[in-house]
Each structure stands twice: as C-alpha cells, then as structure tokens.
Ligand binder design. Structure first.
Ligand SMILES: [Ca+2]
Length: 359
C-alpha cells in the first residue's frame, strides 16, 4: 500500500480489526489497549464528542415514534428459538488463534432465547433513524473506515488517514451507514444488505429502541452452530462442500485482488446463501457482528459456566463471524469459534449486528 496512507489517527478509532489481521498474535485489541493506556499523544475523540450511551427519545415526538414502532420494530415472535442446553464455547481446533482466546473449549449452560435470523438491514436501521432522529457515531466523528477497493474513485473522496497496520482501510470523510463509501454512494439498492458503519454504541441504541438486545458471545456461538457440535463452520467442517459457496468472504489475493467467486465484493443481502440448522443466515462472513460482551484475551475471564456474559469491563467489544474481507490464508475468522473485537465507538464498512431477545 502507498506509504502516503500512513496517517496519525486518534487511538480510539485507529485500529479496526474487522479486517483480516495478518499477525494474530498482535491483535488490534491489544494494540488499542496499549495505546489507550499510554495516552499515545493523539486527541481523544471522547473528549471532543460526549457521545450518549443511550438515545434521547425524549426529544422525539411520541406520536412519531409510535407510528414508526408499529410498522418497523422487529417482530421477534418469528425468530428462531435456540433451545436451552449445554453448549461448547470456544474450540481446541488447530486453526484457532490462541491469542484470541478461542480456547480451551469448555461446556457452558445457556438458557433458551430467540435470535434474529438476519443481521439488521439498512431498511431496518433507516426506520430507526426516521423514528428517533438518531445520529450515528460515524456521522458525529465525520468519517468512517471504508475498504480501499470499494471506494469508486479515490480522487473524489477525502481521506483522513489509514492505520499503519491495516492500510487497506481508508478513513473516508462523510462515510456513514447511508453513504457507505462516502459522499455520492448510496444504500438505495442495498436496503436488504446489513447496515454497516454502525459502532457498538449505535447497535446498542438500535436495540434499546427495538426492545431487544445484542446476543452474548455464547448465545451467538450456540445459535450459529445450527444444532451441530464441534464443527468449524455453521454447516460442517468443509468450507465449500461440493464446491458450493456457503458464505461471503474473500477469494483471491488479499488485499489487492478479490475474485468474488462467491458473488460479492462487498456486502451481500442478509438472506444470501443457505441458512444454518436453526435458520440463521450469514453467521459466517458478510459482516462482523457485534456481541454484548467485553472482549478479553484471558480465557479465564470469559465468564462462568452458567450463562456467561464475558468480563465485567474491558476496552473493546466482542465481534463474531468474520466478514467479506476474510480469507483462509490470512484471517480465517469466519469460523464459528473465532472472535475479534473493536472499541465501542469504532465503525467500518464491515461491521453490523444481529439481535437477540429473552423468552
Ligand atoms: Ca465475497
């Protein structure tokens, strides 16, 4: 990548390990933690933007919210029910990344819950924004990360910088969920694609409005296995059974040549490919999915064996599933047990979320 893309970016949004991480033993979460604790000399975005943890619906006319609620809030009663039981969290698979604390595998008890079959779409997020006037963090910060090959014309966007460790990400001014590649782009023909450029805080705000919540890691993992036990992917151990693509990842040479033989360079519709045994679509690939948990690299802090919810505090939030940028040779984190993280205010073009609800 060109050297001129090495810029100084505020630490809180500087490392976006949603992309393949070439050096898994030096994951972005640790780099972020180190930078944050050392104060790294860059201005803190939090100091400049006091971002609300919760949306302020008090300022939105009640009738407007009710009207939108009635039409657009997710109908959870149709969501797949994940049965109560003992599920295996993590893996001892040799393909796992020990530094990500994927292992050791351990049995945990999970209560029954419902989970959305799809990640939240642009259409759904648009309804939330229309109902509440919510402004995402990418909009407040004024930029978000876009993968370089997805930017139609580099000359026509303003790039605020790129992380040195992952220079294929460009911080594009004006990029947010509605204009995912920056000004001039649109989601009009992607309303059934996952919403992206939403931070963990943005996802949380949506969930609060919708009366749902983010799944915990073990809930996500239990649901994504689709009833199978100990398999690498939601459908089994073979990435492409009978040569069939089962998820939206990267084919070719990362990060310069994507053959897209699975049909998609960027995001795919949320219902692309076959669902897993529980009826969940695209748990592997397409977009990383925010989970409720804080991220830890210490396996002993991943919670108890009874409905674990991760550590009590942390620096970054957990993500599962991998994205359209994952490649087997580089970042095979589209495996069920794989995990990554990012700071709660981070947003990129390959992070979305799905929802869960108690029964
Ligand atoms: Ca693809």
């Amino acid at each position: 990548m060109p050297a001129e893309f090495k810029f100084d970016i505020p630490a809180s949004r500087s490392e976006h390990d949603t992309s393949p991480d070439k050096v898994p033993s030096c994951c972005a979460a640790r780099r972020m933690a180190a930078q944050a604790s050392s104060g790294c000399g860059t201005p803190s975005m939090e100091h400049e933007h006091k971002l609300p943890e919760r949306i302020d619906t008090a300022s939105v006319p009640e009738a407007k919210i009710e009207a939108a609620d009635a039409m657009k809030r997710p109908e959870t009663s149709s969501w797949p029910v994940i049965p109560e039981g003992i599920y295996i969290l993590g893996t001892n698979d040799g393909e796992g990344f020990p530094s990500d604390a994927e292992g050791p595998a351990r049995p945990v008890h999970v209560k029954s819950f419902r989970i959305s079959p799809y990640t939240v779409t642009n259409a759904e997020y648009a309804a939330f924004v229309a109902a509440t006037g919510y402004v995402t963090e990418a909009e407040r910060f004024g930029w978000s990360y876009v993968f370089h090959l997805l930017i139609p014309d580099l000359e026509r966007v303003s790039i605020v910088g790129s992380p040195q460790q992952t220079p294929w990400w460009h911080g594009v001014e004006g990029a947010y969920w509605r204009v995912p590649e920056g000004p001039g782009s649109s989601v009009d023909d992607r309303m059934n694609h996952p919403v992206v450029h939403v931070s963990w805080n943005d996802a949380q705000a949506y969930c609060e409005w919708a009366g749902v919540r983010l799944p915990t890691e073990i809930e996500w993992e239990a649901a994504s296995r689709g009833g199978l036990e100990g398999k690498r992917y939601p459908w089994g151990d073979v990435l492409r059974p009978d040569g069939e693509h089962r998820c939206n990842i990267w084919q070719g040479v990362f990060p310069t040549k994507n053959h897209a033989s699975d049909g998609y360079l960027g995001t795919a519709p949320v219902d692309a490919y076959k669902p897993n045994g529980y009826g969940l679509y695209n748990v592997s690939g397409n977009v990383w999915e925010w989970c409720a948990d804080w991220f830890t690299q210490n396996p002993d802090k991943r919670g108890s064996s009874e409905q674990p919810q991760g550590p009590a505090e942390g620096v970054s939030r957990l993500m599962k599933g991998g994205s359209y940028l994952c490649h087997q040779s580089y970042c095979n984190r589209y495996r069920v047990a794989a995990r990554s993280s990012n700071t709660p205010d981070s947003s990129t073009g390959n992070i979305g979320f799905r929802m869960a609800v108690d029964i």
